[in-house]
Ligand binder design. Structure first.
Ligand SMILES: [Zn+2]
Length: 412
């Protein structure tokens, strides 16, 4: 079994120590713990973090923007623009694009990705097959979880319900949803019920797109809270986007946030995408679609941040880099004090780890899986500000990524 010692590393909490890895696992840590043991990497005081977890990305749709027609920039426009491409999907194309994004995510410090994958009557199970193939291709550098995601609705897309079941039978392990996309409130309720029943049938966690709209009167978050309580699925439910909460009235927001806290629901905000999608019809004071991050955190609701989209119909930017996502999130949610910047770090590390229910197998501690990343910067605020990629990334104790940044000021 190979032994690796990363010496003189700074942790996010300020401690400086050595970390010893044997095989896939952290076996010791402390000042001087790694001296003379195995292969040695001198961190020179650089920041050592657990690898990031991108808990909200759409691998089937990444890097497809060049194949789409331009649209009005809204969520509806983005969904419509992708239909033609989705009809013509082939497994190898999805696989190639998904693989490229997993690889660039690994190089920027992410070794776990939760991918929503469209399950609908347009693309059938082709996106799922492509993403599963990419996940298998990349199994030696990253771990990919697949969410069955009914992008076109369930009631609105007759046939989608059967495809959702088939997706869960063929490799998806998390149940997705998009209840606000149904045409009326009864449809939304039925959509939510369907997702919880499917989760119970497969003993699966739930991760739904919830209220990704500027319409503050939409109430599917409350429906999810209620169904979580009724079904006993506490601590197994994640909700993504939740844009409408920022436009909703304060009384409702306070009630539903308290409900999320009681039900152990994790919220994933994806500010990059929603900053460009939402508020397209507004003039002047534009709604930017970022949910009530600070209020959720203050109420004890775990908040994660995800990449969501990369160069697709929804978002023309991105590269699977959660350091960039963290910086955008800090701006969008007014997270600027040192403590708040650490809350952003938690949103791409420990919060998603908890939603994945990884327990003590995640983090920098004895017994944890050695998914690690090392920066040249010594602190998290400096790494976040400077945006240099990690020098080295390890997955299961093995080096899987290395980046050298070289800059030289040339003076006369
Ligand atoms: Zn999404």
């Amino acid at each position: 079994m190979t032994t690796l010692s990363i010496v003189n590393a700074s942790l996010a909490d300020g401690r400086v120590l050595d970390v010893v890895v044997e095989g896939e696992e952290v076996v010791a840590l402390g000042p001087g713990a790694g001296s003379g043991i195995g292969d040695t990497v001198d961190a020179a005081g650089g920041l050592l973090l657990p690898a990031f977890i991108d808990t909200h990305v759409h691998l089937d749709k990444v890097l497809i923007r060049d194949q789409l027609v331009e649209h009005d920039g809204t969520l509806q426009g983005a969904i419509d623009s992708i239909h033609a491409a989705k009809r013509g999907y082939d497994v190898q194309d999805v696989r190639r694009r998904a693989r490229a994004l997993i690889e660039s995510s690994v190089l920027t410090g992410t070794t776990r990705l939760r991918s929503h994958v469209d399950i609908d009557t347009i693309g059938g199970l082709v996106p799922l097959e492509g993403v599963l193939a990419a996940a298998a291709d990349c199994a030696s550098i990253a771990e990919v979880q697949v969410v069955a995601f009914p992008q076109e609705g369930i009631l609105r897309d007759p046939g989608a319900a059967d495809l959702m079941v088939a997706a869960m039978e063929h490799g998806a392990t998390v149940v997705g949803g998009m209840p606000h996309w149904e045409s009326d409130e009864e449809g939304q309720r039925e959509h939510v019920r369907f997702c919880f029943e499917l989760a119970a049938r497969f003993d699966a966690d739930i991760d739904m797109h919830v209220d990704e709209t500027d319409d503050g009167s939409v109430r599917t978050l409350a429906m999810v809270v209620e169904e979580t309580r009724r079904s006993g699925w506490s601590h197994r439910v994640t909700v993504g986007h939740v844009c409408a909460l920022s436009a909703a009235d304060d009384d409702y927001a306070e009630r539903v946030i308290a409900g999320c806290a009681r039900a152990g629901i994790t919220v994933v905000s994806n500010p990059g995408t929603n900053l460009v999608l939402q508020g397209r019809g507004d003039r002047g004071l534009v709604r930017r679609g970022t949910t009530r991050v600070q209020e959720l955190m203050a109420a004890g609701v775990p908040v994660a941040f995800g990449q969501d989209c990369v160069q697709d119909g929804f978002y023309p930017f991105g590269r699977g880099d959660l350091l960039e996502v963290a910086l955008i999130s800090a701006h969008a949610a007014h997270l600027t004090t040192v403590a708040e910047q650490h809350a952003v770090l938690a949103g791409v590390t420990s919060v998603p780890a908890k939603a994945w229910r990884l327990g003590p197998t995640y983090g920098i501690q004895v017994g944890a899986r050695a998914d690690l990343q090392l920066y040249a910067a010594a602190t998290w605020p400096e790494a976040l500000r400077l945006q240099d990629p990690p020098r080295q990334v390890w997955f299961r104790g093995r080096l899987v990524g290395q980046t050298t940044v070289s800059r030289r000021l040339v003076t006369p």
